[in-house]
Design a protein around this ligand. Sequence first.
Ligand code: MIG
Length: 634
Amino acid sequence: MIKKYTSGNPICTEAFIEKYDSLNISEFPLVNRVENNKFVFEFDMQDNDIVYGLGEAPRGINKRGWVYESFCSDDPFHTETKSSLYAAHNFLMLYGSKTFGLFVDFPARVRWDIGYTSTNKTVITIDGTDFDIYVIDGSKPIEIVKEFRSAIGKSYIPPFWAFGFQQSRWSYPDKQAVDKVIDGYNKANIPLDCVYLDIDYMERYKDFTVDEQKFPNFADYVKEKKEQGIHLIPIIDAGVKKEENYEVYEEGIENDYFCKNGDGSVFEGGVWPGIVGFPDFLRKDVREWFGSKYKILTDAGIDGFWNDMNEPAIFYSTKGLNAAIEKASSLKGKNLDLSQFFNLKDTFLGLSNSPADYSSIYHTVDGKQVCHDRVHNIYGANMTKAAGEYFEKEFGNGKILMFSRASYVGAHRSSGIWFGDNHSWWSHILLNLKMLPSANMCGFLYCGADLGGFNENATRDLVLRFLALGVFTPLMRNHSALGTRDQECYNFENSKDFKDILEVRYRLIPYLYDTFCKASENNDMIFRPLSFDYPDDKIARECETQLMLGDECMICPVYEQNVSGRYVYLPEDMTFVKLSGENVVTEKMTKGTHYIEVSLNEVPLFIKNGKQIPLCKPAMRTGLLDRENLEYIY
Ligand code: MIG
């Protein structure tokens, strides 16, 4: 059962599709108060209670023992002491002595102190007094998730080919680079379905343009790649370059589509293209306009996109930069003491994603000027909605691949997400794993991390182990940053090991796709914490390194370097399966802890007793998979 409590006049986020009658906030059952114009509420936790939720966020599956903040942030250091990542997924669930779910529908900051200040208390601070809170009752966690999910609407389903392996890099700047990747994979006999176009495919980083020098006759090229079974997936950034005669910018100015400063002039920020305008995606007319621009690329045969920089990320604002330069000039030639020096340095470092800039941007919501601070967390989601609404109208469901960096609940109906700029760190394999069930709780089923890690140099074994987890994630993409070591599978020694891992993915695609569609249809999770299935098993309840997948399996990636396997906990008797290329080795195992040996070219998996999963033959493209002739393992 869901109850909705309303305070003041909330801004409509469109997170929910179901309408509920509002109860007055005075009836809200948890202890609460208003403090400095913020609504604060809290609940107690018993020692063994677990707290789930917050979707894409740092730290564990169990969120206890930290303070988180819903504030979509472009932060490329996903260390465990961060509070926010790119998304704002305001769903939380207490599970234990009391069990209930909460959704705070509020587009500005929300702080979640989950046993940080006081071990057995969760204190939630909403940065305002206009909001809705939904309380979801149910006895089991999965029931609460399903109830919540049915109220927020069905999850986006991408095209079938989006389950194929995808290779990305910042950047493959021209057609020669793209062809080299495809060639590399073909020669190594490693399956591949997509190659990504990062920002350099554009003409001076202008959205919806393609650099003619780098990609002559783009539409023909896209067609040629499609005939080879390869989809090209271009990036779209939130900011629109300020440039004379650039149609998108000029239309934006003529129609007054960009976000404003307090005085009504256009807010100017600096991102990759230099100065940009930020479309006011909170307006329906702006969404329709921006969404229809994707047509330029779909007309060229493109059928997949990733939306980036939509928190929004702002390297600097014109105002901020000018003020910093002025400050620096005024100090020129002076003998600065240390505090003056550090203050000057911080002035420049603080230019990016600065709170002062966010506070100075204005949107138009229902005809009224609203400060960006009040709606920050739904900006990116509305950019994605712009694209999603256009694709649905033009092509129907499930035809276009779309995923975004920033998100809010509701965007799960029109797109997936990726987990942003992680690192080539071993710890990020587990971070990836931990976000999967949390993202699923919030409706984001099509998701995944940059496999191999985005920032810094990866090692061969890290990429293999990362991929062995990625075999199971709906979005399976290897991506890495500018200046890092080549991370394509064929660029490492003995690429046969990579082929073995990726063939396992292709063998599992019919099963994974089916599991995905069922989860979307039934508002279910693909990945669950073990406790959902084994509530009375203490070890299962505390497990943070394994997940249940669908109704049939349990996954348990190897996540450390220089080890030949790992310990795994079986909450019941299961079949241990090692998959590698076309090899399948099975072994019955009993409930309890086991050490399993897993080579770098093997994917470990456990199948529950009485369950079986289908495998098809591997193929070089999803389009070549024989989905009829399946072999079953159990
Ligand atoms: O400021 O487009 O998260 O995937 O490669 C960096 C370049 C901008 C951030 C994205 C990343 C992408 C990169 N972008």
